[in-house]
Design a protein around this ligand. Structure first.
Ligand code: CDP
Length: 270
């Protein structure tokens, strides 16, 4: 493979990005829930060329015991990149970056969960990056939050996440790898959509105050769009599992709304 070279521009004269997206457009995103049969919950995300699997086990007994929290369950997230997920073979041992991202993901998800319902237990979230093309921490949060819902962990809301960045002095949502590498900064964020509470906000590179405010506004918009995709993916999974009877299908949908503490699920089209 030829070595990667810096592109001449990240935004063309028509205002479009390397892959033809508008600045406020997220990558084509596919979500699928319940793909691993042995996990309590699971989900897959393909966000452009970033592909990630998330699996949830628990709540279950926590080992080692000294990590026990008396007032709530411990949310243990493990973010890992497969050795083949990037062109330069990723060393299999967990890196400092992977440990930091694991912690960031756990902190982003925790405010959405009722972990106090399971004191002393653990909820394990395993995240495997199959193919990395930028934005893996945000895509991981999108998938992990769906896997937690699939595992039936009580939650206030799903948690969508996206990175907003800058290239050629223009703000762009959902950066791809080249934009991340050669652009002028990156702000990964995650939110609880209904309240617009921000559960993750990091910043790489420098942004003017007005740019930061606009980046957060764009990020919230994209997160709300991703939230709709997340809810649709959950509905598809529930519908597949539901018995054929119409009234029982309705019951599953009611359960889904109750599980998420939401009543704003998109209406089913006739
Ligand atoms: O993935 P994310 O943007 O959340 O995290 P990052 O640390 O800013 O990494 C940006 C990108 O660099 C990743 O998504 C990968 O595409 C790439 N990367 C890589 O090529 N090799 C690594 N060992 C780590 C990251």
């Amino acid at each position: 493979m030829s070595p990667e070279t810096k592109p001449d521009f990240l935004i063309n004269p028509e205002g479009l990005r390397l892959d033809g997206r508008r600045p406020d457009e997220i990558r084509p995103t596919e979500l699928e829930v319940g793909i691993l049969k042995k996990a309590d919950g699971s989900a897959m995300i393909k966000q452009g060329n970033t592909h990630i699997l998330a699996a949830v086990y628990g709540p279950r007994e926590l080992h080692p015991r000294h990590l026990t929290l008396n007032d709530r369950a411990y949310l243990r997230c493990e973010y890992r990149m497969a050795t083949f997920s990037v062109p330069d073979r990723k060393r299999p041992a967990p890196s400092r970056r992977e440990r930091e991202i694991s912690m960031v993901i756990s902190n982003a998800l925790e405010p959405a969960l009722f972990l106090e319902e399971f004191p002393k237990a653990v909820v394990d979230v395993y995240i495997q990056v199959i193919q990395a093309d930028g934005g893996t921490r945000c895509a991981s949060i999108n998938a992990a939050s769906l896997a937690l819902a699939d595992a039936g962990i009580p939650m206030r809301s799903l948690v969508p996440a996206v990175a907003v960045g800058k290239a050629d002095d223009k703000l762009l949502v959902d950066l791809g790898d080249m934009e991340d590498k050669y652009g002028g900064g990156d702000i990964p964020m995650a939110i609880i959509p209904r309240t617009e509470e921000i559960t993750l906000l990091q910043q790489d590179g420098s942004f003017k105050k007005e740019e930061l405010i606009e980046a957060i506004r764009m990020g919230i918009n994209s997160c709300k769009y991703l939230h709709e995709l997340q809810k649709e993916a959950l509905k598809r999974a529930y519908a597949k599992r539901a018995p054929a009877e119409d009234d029982e299908e309705d019951e599953y949908e009611d359960d889904l709304e109750t599980d998420l503490g939401e009543s704003d699920l998109p209406e089913e089209e006739d």
